[in-house]
Design a protein. Structure first.
Length: 214
């Protein structure tokens, strides 16, 4: 216990850093994922091509490489921001590709007749998508979106290698101070477990309330 009690402030700071990264990157991923999913099912070919390119590139790019591209590449083009913001951008953009595909799979579960009926009533594509299709699709994509955001929380550990304060990076300081590395990682793992269980609990509540009955 002394590993935790003697360094609680360091653990707490890292824990809050991971929570902050997870929350902000999740919001960005959900917004971008929704936009790209809309593009992928849009009647405009250029939008579908953009959505397809976004998903194809990001899903097939290692997250570590994306971190290097964002945190080290963007400053070379004059875009200088705190490393935490860059980390949120990398995590959010990467995860948005998986959110997009989860939403698109949900959209595909909605019968085609629903969209045709909406258009026959004079509704635009945007109105059909937001008021008819997505509310139905949302019910079937709660579990995969929740799993994706849990993966995001764990992927945030990569940010520690780029001078971003987060939970996994705590081990560097404690290792230099001579603390037992095994117990250092035990408390770090417990911190991630708390975060992922919290996300899982939120989505379990959403699934019980709005999920599709199996």
């Amino acid at each position: 216990m002394n590993v935790l009690t003697d360094n609680f402030s360091a653990y707490w700071k890292g824990f809050l850093g991971t929570v902050e990264l997870t929350v902000y990157a999740s919001v960005l991923a959900l917004v971008l994922g929704f936009v790209m999913a809309s593009f992928r099912v849009a009647p405009v070919g250029s939008f579908r091509a953009l959505g397809t390119a976004w998903v194809t590139v990001l899903r097939n790019t290692p997250l570590t490489l994306l971190f290097f591209a964002v945190l080290l590449g963007l400053p070379r083009f004059g875009l200088v921001l705190p490393f935490t913001v860059f980390a949120v951008l990398a995590l959010g953009c990467y995860t948005s590709a998986f959110i997009c595909e989860a939403l698109r799979s949900g959209i595909n579960t909605v019968p085609r007749g629903q969209g045709e009926a909406a258009r026959s009533l004079g509704m635009t594509f945007g109105q059909t998508l937001t008021t008819v299709i997505l509310p139905q699709a949302f019910r079937s994509v709660i579990p995969p979106v929740g799993s994706t955001l849990i993966a995001l929380a764990k992927n945030s550990a990569i940010a520690g290698a780029f001078s971003v304060v987060e939970l996994l990076g705590t081990y560097k300081t404690l290792s230099e101070l001579g603390y037992n590395i095994i117990w250092t990682f035990v408390w770090i793992a417990l911190g991630y477990l708390i975060i992922t269980l919290a996300i899982s609990a939120v989505f379990n509540v959403l699934e019980k309330r709005w999920g599709v009955a199996r």
